[in-house]
Write a protein that binds this ligand. Structure first.
Ligand SMILES: NCC(=O)N[C@@H](Cc1c[nH]cn1)C(=O)O
Ligand SMILES: [Zn+2]
Ligand SMILES: [Zn+2]
Length: 477
């Protein structure tokens, strides 16, 4: 441990010294609009994988861009998975790190103050799509390699890297690749670290041992052969959008109660041990107000709010494809509309059991409505929840790293979002998985004006580096 503590100060100094280079590298990454959900931008997702390949190769890593074939149900190639390795010393631990290089869609018209694909540094914050989710962390691992080289500090582990380009669209192809490569590329992995979530609030670092799953559905309602004039046909035909809004209103109450019978019955009961953890977490209702820029909270207490985010399922309505959404007042009756909604899932909900409840309920509601329109419900993608224990050397290493950089003990948190691959890594590689967040709870991931605080980026690179050092020596017992 003493050797670790001696190697950190020069490394940290070097990271500070290189901070403008590291911002420049993130700026290049953000300038590539690698939006996985937008098929027209697929070449940019591929360009982003090549950018990572170039940066990694320049630092001496071996890199393979693994092609995955066609996207399920679409005539378009999936972006490759970047499989890279830095170091092959048999006497060192093999630490697997995962991140994603695709991003959520972003348009200036959505309300961004600046071009989402131009990294802007303002008031100590780095604004841009992907700054915190997840380009900052992915670039952070690359920066950690460079900092070691330039500081002349020996890299403490063999770094096994897996960066995907479809995380924001269901991680298509990744589970199969992990299964196929568990005894090849991933052979010998000792532990996994995923840097793709956030602190709970804005001041206190966290380590995460649980995430929710996500099952995402499309509800399509179609009727007339083409869009109609509402003055000519309104009142004479059944309108798909009226049917759809009626159906969507049956899914969830404005208070957030899921109205699909049976879903809450699948939720694991609260144990006395779990009941005690919430009050100790460093989070306040003010953190929620700040992160959402509002006081639109559904619950009045921190405990209820955290439980709603961590241990209960939620249902969100995301949007309606085909509905008139431009400015102005077009008097149209849309012919076909697709409502998108998802459920965040928790122990012990399984995707198939949930599908059964969702499909039955939607079909029952539709039958009750008695509409002459056509209805179809489909699952777009799903991913399982994951719940682990932080009592493992992997977490101990991250705790020490957090203490070394931020001078505090991290909170142990669960996460409301989803990273479907987490469970796959744990189950297939049979090794502990740790979530080590870089950004803060108010970063606006998936939202407008996404940012990563500069201090979180730079201290994040220090934390990832220090974690690798502690992980290299942490006793297994
Ligand atoms: N940082 C993780 C993240 O944002 N994950 C996404 C993944 C996703 C997309 N669709 C379903 N899951 C999330 O929304 O949680
Ligand atoms: Zn992410
Ligand atoms: Zn995301």
């Amino acid at each position: 441990m003493a050797a670790v503590e001696a190697s950190l100060p020069p490394l940290f100094d070097k990271i500070e010294e290189l901070s403008s280079d590291f911002v420049a590298r993130l700026s290049k990454a953000v300038s590539i609009p690698s939006v996985s959900a937008d098929f027209t931008l697929r070449p940019k997702v591929v360009e982003m994988s090549k950018f990572l390949e170039k940066e990694l190769k320049a630092l001496g890593a071996t890199v393979e861009l693994r092609e995955l074939g066609k996207q399920e149900g679409a005539d378009i190639d999936l972006p490759p998975i970047v499989l890279a390795r830095y170091g092959t010393d048999p006497n060192k631990r093999n630490i697997l790190v995962y991140g994603h290089y695709d991003v959520q869609p972003a348009l200036v018209e959505d309300g961004w103050n600046t071009d989402p694909f131009k990294l802007i540094e303002k008031d100590g914050k780095l604004y841009g799509r992907g700054s915190t989710d997840d380009k900052g962390p992915v670039i952070g691992w690359i920066n950690a390699i460079e900092a070691h080289q330039k500081a002349g500090v020996e890299f403490p582990v063999n770094l096994v890297m897996c960066f995907e380009g479809m995380e924001e669209y269901g991680s298509d192809g990744l589970d199969d690749l992990i299964r196929a490569e568990k005894d090849k590329f991933f052979k010998g992995v000792d532990a996994t670290c995923i840097c793709d979530n956030y602190w709970l609030g804005t001041t206190h670092p966290a380590l995460t041992y649980g995430i929710r799953g996500c099952s995402y559905y499309a509800l399509t309602i179609s009727g007339p052969a083409a869009d109609l004039h509402s003055g000519v046909f309104g009142g004479m035909v059944s309108e798909p959008l009226i049917d759809l809004t009626h159906m969507l209103s049956k899914l969830v109450s404005p208070q957030g109660k899921i109205l699909i019978p049976g879903v809450m019955d699948l939720v694991a009961p609260l144990t006395a041990e779990e009941d005690e953890i919430y009050d100790k977490i460093k989070y306040s209702m003010q953190d929620l107000y700040d992160a959402t820029g509002s006081k639109t909270n559904l619950y009045e207490t921190k405990k209820e709010s955290l439980m709603a985010r961590w241990r209960y399922p939620t249902l969100s309505l995301h949007g309606i494809e085909g509905a008139f959404s431009a400015p102005g007042a077009k008097t149209v009756i849309p012919a076909k509309v697709v409502g998108k909604f998802s459920l965040r899932t928790v122990p012990d909900i399984t995707p198939r059991a949930l599908d059964e409840l969702v499909f039955k309920y939607i079909n029952d509601c539709w039958a009750e409505l008695g509409s002459k329109n056509k209805m179809e419900i489909t699952l777009l993608h799903d991913g399982m929840w994951w719940l682990s224990s932080p009592k493992h050397w992997n977490f101990e290493a991250a705790k020490k790293a957090t203490k070394a950089v931020w001078n505090v003990e991290p909170d142990l948190t669960r996460e409301g979002g989803s990273i479907p691959v987490t469970l796959t890594f744990e189950e297939e590689l049979k090794r502990n998985v740790l979530l080590l967040p870089m950004g803060r709870g108010d970063d606006g991931a998936h939202s407008i004006n996404e940012k990563l605080d500069l201090v979180n980026y730079i201290n994040g690179i220090k934390t990832l580096s220090a974690y690798l050092h502690y992980a290299s020596v942490e006793p297994t017992a």
